[in-house]
Each structure stands twice: as C-alpha cells, then as structure tokens.
Design a protein around this ligand. Structure first.
Ligand code: SME
Length: 211
C-alpha cells in the first residue's frame, strides 16, 4: 500500500478522533506493516501533516496567557507561581504527558514544579533538550525526540518536546519543558505562544534563591 493509499484509508475510516487515539498508542518501536512496507509512527505523522490530514492544535494562547496572569499576579514566590503555572498549562494543552520547569542552579538545571511522572533531577547545561535550551538561550522545538542527539528520556511515552528558556533582567533563570506522546505535536504557533506564557510567568516571580 502506498503512503497515499494509507492516508486515504485512514481518512475514510472516520479520521481525526479514531486516528489520534491510534497514533497515541503507536510507539516508534511498533511499526505498521502494510503490503511489505513499513511505516513507523513518525513517518506516518510526517506524511499526514504534509498533506493537511492532521489539523493543528487550536490552543488559545491569549486565554492561556490571561489565565497564567490571573494565577500569578498577586504572588511573587517562585515555587508557588511555577506550581500554579504548570497546573494551568497542563489543563490547557492537549496531548501532553509532562509539563514543568527546571531552575538554574550554578551551571546546572534542577527540577522544579511540574505535572507528570517523576523526572530526572539535574541536567547539565548543554545536555539533552533542556540543557541545550539553557546553553543557547534559544527555544528548542523537537518534532521527534528520538532523533535529538543526547535527548534525556524521563518518560518513555514522550515523542516530541518543546523547551523554552526563561529570563529575568537578561539572565537565564529557568526553562519551561513540555513533552508529548504525539510526534510533531508543537509548531511555530506553540513556540510563539509558549514564549509569551514563559515571559508572563517569569515576570511574576521574585527569582530569589530558594532556601
Ligand atoms: N527530555 C528532557 C529531560 C527532561 S524530561 O523530558 C522531563 C531533555 O532531554 O532535556
């Protein structure tokens, strides 16, 4: 079966809801074997996105930014605000399995408030997706974490990731890290929106050393 036939087949079979559920259950290790050709989940996702079979996620970032402001504006404590921010992000972003913050401690990132499974506690600058965001100061948008050199796997369910650096008075203070089980989950729209979210949360925190 050609990729075209495969996409049509999936489309006819009541596409989005069913299809999204199926994709969530497919891991890179589990391939679809059709007519002697194998397509893994990342390849299928790429083809379907290119042909507009998959709609972008419609996150309302204006609303999300307002919600983040609402839960942080009357408080300056860093841990309190990052905790509520991770909860608000978790509530508003579809198909994610981990969202949280890593805080800058000397030349390392240390786990901060988050929602999801227990995660690795310390990440050196330059290591993994988070350490790369911290070292470069640039948002890392990773469609397929299995192709990112040095990716640190905390939750085996993660297939894509975005990491946004956070700054206070020009200095790196933390990174916002979000993982998804869906390949290609995050787009440029998410990058812009999540950078706005990170800036709002960062501005609410006092960023004093946590005792
Ligand atoms: N995947 C990250 C590690 C943190 S977890 O995803 C929560 C990385 O490669 O830096």
């Amino acid at each position: 079966m050609t990729p075209e036939a495969l996409t049509c087949y999936i489309y006819i079979g009541k596409w989005l809801a069913v299809f999204r559920c199926q994709l969530l259950q497919i891991t890179t290790a589990c391939c679809i074997n059709s007519g002697g050709l194998e397509y893994n989940a990342a390849q299928i996702y790429k083809v379907l996105r290119e042909r507009n079979f998959i709609m972008e996620y419609q996150t309302d970032y204006d609303f999300l930014v307002e919600q983040l402001k609402a839960v942080t504006e009357s408080e300056t404590d860093t841990i309190a605000n990052l905790s509520n921010a991770s909860a608000v992000l978790q509530m508003n972003l579809d198909d994610i399995n981990w969202v949280g913050f890593y805080l800058v401690r000397k030349e390392q990132l240390v786990l901060g408030p988050f929602q999801g499974r227990p995660a690795c506690v310390r990440i050196d600058f330059g290591k993994g997706v988070c350490g790369t965001a911290a070292a470069t100061g640039v948002t890392q948008l990773v469609p397929n974490v299995h192709e990112f050199p040095g990716h640190i796997a905390c939750d085996g369910a993660s297939n894509s990731e975005i990491v946004v650096p956070m700054f206070h008075e020009g200095k790196l203070t933390a990174v916002l890290d979000i993982d998804s089980p869906v390949f290609h989950r995050f787009t440029e729209i998410d990058r812009v929106g999540l950078e706005r979210c990170a800036a709002v949360v960062s501005a609410s925190c006092c960023w004093q050393p946590v005792l």
